[in-house]
Design a protein around this ligand. Sequence first.
Ligand code: BEZ
Length: 213
Amino acid sequence: MATLRLGDTAPNFQQDSSEGQIDFYEWAGDSWVVFFSHPADFTPVCTTELGKTAALASEFAKRRVKPIAVSVDSLESHGKWVPDINDTQNTTVNFPILADADRKVATLYDMIHPKALVNATVRSVFIIDPKKTIRTTFTYPASTGRNFDEILRVIDSLQLTDSHKVATPANWRDGDDVVILPSLQDPTELAQRFPKGFNAVRPYLRVTPQPNK
Ligand code: BEZ
């Protein structure tokens, strides 16, 4: 299957999950989605990742984002593992984990990279917007747990730049200064959109306070 790229429509699927049978589009509704794979249940890094996702529930909800995880383990395995995650990570897993034992979803989203990890999903992440467009992808190896604060940071950037003619610079965090899109040149529109003004460090590098703060 072709690699899914930014701007592609996230394919729909139906699969079993720890919260029952899921039709992805129906489940997602008009929320943003963070869809991520992990290699296997009852493994240390995955346990911390799913625990961290659960602990960040209010941060995801604040941004209208629903998390959903997948691995090629069975429903029975997920059912036994979730209490372990809750216990060891001091949290409550409150999002579905797809039981993709037949690899239907992992194959659809190209989450199995056999040269890196045989017979299991690597650590893929898809950030999907309410129109089901894939807005961000990244892939980590099994040995490296992901930074879920970074996932939230990317969502903050996507949601901000969807509604303002700005982009977010390196290491930006919500509340920091942003840069004005080089395509915006009209002085009247610049004044309207950025009443606090901007610093033109170069003609193409114009720094301004975050407009929605
Ligand atoms: C882990 O989650 O700890 C893990 C899973 C597969 C390979 C290596 C580490």
